[in-house]
Design a protein around this ligand. Structure first.
Ligand code: CTP
Length: 402
């Protein structure tokens, strides 16, 4: 069954350039089985026409509070009662302020006050407006009233600024909506996940690192949260926004990641080591920037081994169900099984990073998940779908172990 089958969603579109993405959102929600009705503010209509939204939703669009015709079709109170979810996207600074102050000056504001439905808002605005103290206070007010806040994301903005304020991507919004209705089979479980690269300093301005984007680990964190787990995500430096409802701990070096992992994995149910940890760090970090000299054609940096985080977690007496990753370029199965045994893991998710379009720094991945007695394939797909499948496999394997 589709996860949003029979769910009634009112999509409230407000004024912002990201409004142009809403027909796609309506389509994707309908793909998941939802019934969608669209409400638009006056400013939204400056960016996209009601006719477009009517065509994709298959329902007439509501845009005024005091329209006798519209009230006869489906009155605002009826609409408020019809909704299971009132989703405001993009949510402008103005609409967020109106909602924070309980204004019923337009149809959308009235619906927010009149509905019993779950309410979610995906903010989108200029980064300066997002960071404004009053916007942050308003967002806090919404959050305190149990309104879900999804995003915003970081990146380049329509106005040319760079920073937090972009609407999160349409698939992410759909993901959040689905997670509201997904079975929470991991309730009461604590998952600790490492993600991203580590950085090993050479001197105050240089470091050794790798190309890990963190996308796989962040997707696993989101999938585990969506399935009801409490998730602690220990992340190296990445360019990703915090997954909703995850406890995020930012670290830089392998030693910092090791320290946090040992603290948080103690007593946890599951530990997933998705980080691409630097195997070695610089023996002596220079306190001042290293200068080149005219006669030095070569230089040596001495490296020492970093602690193996996943192996140390798996060596604990009450170890969590421990899952490692093996990124290999050849003999994938043999190396993966070797790591599984050597590091005392319960599962290892192996991928061939020599294949193009998957793994490192890509949006897609394919995995083979090994235990000592089983092997399961996750075929090439988006990392968020891979993550969902991996979380399901981990949960099943834990059940078998008990
Ligand atoms: N890992 C870790 N701490 C380290 C190194 C690796 O926790 N210091 C974890 C990774 O997060 C991953 C798994 O170990 O889950 C495999 O990482 P990899 O670097 O491939 O393992 P190595 O044992 O270092 O193998 P290789 O011989 O390929 O370097």
């Amino acid at each position: 069954m589709q996860i949003l089958q029979g769910k009634n969603i009112v999509l409230g579109i407000t004024g912002g350039i990201a409004a142009y993405k809403m027909p796609e959102l309506v389509r994707r929600l309908i793909d998941q089985g939802a019934n969608v009705r669209v409400v638009m503010t006056d400013s939204a209509k400056a960016f996209i026409t009601p006719l477009t939204l009517q065509a994709v939703s298959g329902n007439s669009v509501s845009d005024t509070l005091l329209d006798t015709e519209a009230e006869r079709a489906m009155g605002h109170i009826e609409l408020a009662k019809w909704a299971d979810l009132l989703l405001i996207a993009p949510a402008s600074a103005n609409t967020i302020a109106n909602i924070a102050h309980g204004l019923a000056s337009d149809l959308l504001g009235t619906l927010v006050l009149a509905t019993n439905a779950t309410i979610a808002a995906a903010p989108a605005m200029n980064q300066q407006m997002w960071h404004a103290e009053v916007t942050q206070e308003n967002i806090q007010k919404l959050a305190n009233r149990n309104i879900h806040i999804w995003g915003p994301a970081q990146g380049e903005q329509a106005c040319g600024d760079v920073g937090f304020g972009r609407l999160i991507e349409v698939p992410e919004i759909v993901e959040h909506v689905c997670s509201l209705y997904q079975e929470k089979n991991l309730a009461n479980q604590h998952w600790v996940i490492t993600a991203g690269p580590t950085r090993e300093a050479i001197d105050p301005v240089r470091y050794i690192s790798n190309h890990s984007s963190g996308k796989m680990g962040y997707a696993i964190a989101q999938a585990a949260v969506n399935a009801g787990a409490k998730v602690t995500l220990i992340s190296g430096p990445v360019n990703l926004s915090k997954p909703a409802s995850v406890d995020l701990i930012n670290v830089t070096s392998a030693e910092q990641m090791h320290q946090q992992a040992m603290i948080h994995a103690n007593g946890a149910d599951v530990f997933v080591a998705c980080a691409a940890v630097a195997d070695y760090r610089v023996a002596e970090i220079a306190t001042q920037k290293i200068k080149k000299t005219a006669d030095n054609q070569q230089m040596q940096i001495n490296l020492v081994k970093n602690p193996d985080i996943v192996a140390d977690v798996a060596a604990q007496k009450n170890k969590p169900f421990t899952v490692g990753f093996a990124a290999e370029t050849q003999d994938v199965e043999q190396y993966a099984l070797d790591k599984l045994k050597r590091k005392n893991l319960d599962l290892i998710a192996a991928n061939n990073v020599a294949l193009s379009g998957q793994g490192f720094n890509s949006d897609k991945n394919a995995l083979t998940v090994f235990s000592t007695s089983s092997q399961q394939e996750i075929i090439l797909m988006n990392k968020s779908d891979v993550a969902k499948k991996l979380v399901t496999i981990i949960a099943e394997q834990m059940d078998e172990k008990v």
